[in-house]
Write a protein that binds this ligand. Structure first.
Ligand code: PHE
Length: 373
């Protein structure tokens, strides 16, 4: 008898977990909550929580509540792959959201595809990500467009004729974006006078910058993430390099200016949305986000908020809640009115959207222009 009670008590929590499981819609998230690009994962997690809290407060989806299960991949590709394996095989999620960094999405996507669990990346812009299979989606634009935007801005607005590139050779995002920029810049009549390498985690870029200085470029294109870009800006100014730095969405973090200080002021990058927008959807989003988290949402927070809403809408349209049905409904996403623009998923499971150019001005980002595809 005693044994029976003990056994019964021991399985009680399990029973509880099972019952809970069947009532909730389990969605997995993997992201860099710690490590070199920690603001990426922290921001996306906030955007997702805000969206799902809103949906749950309004009654959930067809009477069921969403439960978000988040795993920190520490900004490492191997951890991203094992996080996705765990979300699928142990947590039994019906869909996955992540990652920000293209390299980590590329590492994880084949696993989601193999298990036929839909994975939606909110922010990975490298084309390869969604090529991993028909269960892999994205809600942001891709780098062939972003690289074109950077080149066009450099040539037409900054009147640059000679550009130098500093690329992170270990990052799929950086290499892809650097290649597109180089091609587009040359197509538009510009010249690439230096194309040099670094690696994420490096601290000293003086050798590359000294070489670049000797070639007198009009701009330096740096398709990196905010930590290295902040350090490069400082070192470039210390070496007397005065030309504008231009980059992509990987710059978008409050940490960029905290690291780069005044050295990064005046430089430009392409991004997914502007906090200066007067669109009521954006204004409302920023207001609610500030109330909840006491900070201005960066583009990853906005993208993840949109992604959560798009995924929830797809789930809401399914007749029966299966990963395959969610996949099919995600593919039908058309003209979703997001904070980051109107989102339609195309036949390649990518979103076709405008990009904005912003200028760093201390902790603020000044809106410069919008470029449509
Ligand atoms: N686009 C970047 C990548 O694919 C990630 C990123 C998106 C970073 C948005 C910051 C903001 O790696």
């Amino acid at each position: 008898m005693k044994n029976t009670i003990i056994t019964f008590l021991a399985i009680l929590p399990l029973l509880g977990a099972c019952t809970k499981k069947s009532n909730d819609i389990l969605i997995g998230e993997f992201g860099s909550l710690t490590g070199n690009d920690a603001t990426f994962g922290l921001s996306t997690n906030k955007g997702l929580r805000m969206a799902f809290d809103e949906i749950n407060a309004a009654g959930g989806i067809n009477g069921k509540k969403i439960k978000l299960i988040t795993i920190d991949d520490q900004g490492k590709s191997e951890e991203a792959a094992s996080a996705v394996t765990r979300l699928i095989t142990q947590d039994n999620v019906v869909a996955i959201i992540g990652e920000v960094a293209s390299g980590r999405s590329i590492a994880a996507a084949p696993i989601a595809q193999k298990h036929q669990i839909p994975m939606v990346t909110h922010a990975s812009t490298n084309p390869e990500v969604t090529k991993k299979g028909d269960f892999i989606f994205r809600t942001c634009f891709i780098d062939p467009f972003q690289g074109f935007v950077g080149a066009k801005f450099s040539i037409q607005t900054l009147k640059a004729k000679k550009a130098a590139i500093l690329r992170d050779v270990k990052s799929d995002y950086s290499v892809g974006l650097a290649d597109v920029f180089a091609t587009e810049f040359k197509n538009m009549g510009g010249e690439i006078i230096a194309d040099l390498s670094f690696q994420g985690g490096d601290l000293d870029f003086k050798a590359q910058l000294t070489q670049i200085r000797s070639k007198n470029p009009d701009v330096i294109f740096i398709p990196g993430y905010y930590t290295e870009v902040g350090l490069m800006a400082k070192q470039a100014r210390e070496l007397g390099i005065k030309v504008p730095l231009v980059g992509g969405d990987g710059w978008d973090s409050a940490r960029l200016h905290e690291i780069g200080k005044e050295a990064i002021n005046g430089s430009y990058y392409s991004n997914h949305y502007t906090t200066e927008s007067t669109d009521p959807t954006v204004v409302e989003f920023i207001k609610k986000f500030k109330e909840k988290f006491n900070e201005t949402p960066d583009s990853m927070a906005a993208l993840s908020y949109d992604t959560a809403k798009i995924l929830a809408a797809a789930i809401g349209r399914t007749k029966e809640l299966t990963p395959k049905n969610i996949r099919d409904e995600l593919a039908k996403t058309t003209d979703f009115p997001g904070v980051t623009g109107k989102i339609t998923i195309n036949a390649d499971r990518n979103a076709v959207k405008s990009a904005v150019i912003v200028q760093v001005q201390g902790p603020e980002r000044k809106y410069i222009s919008t470029v449509s595809p």
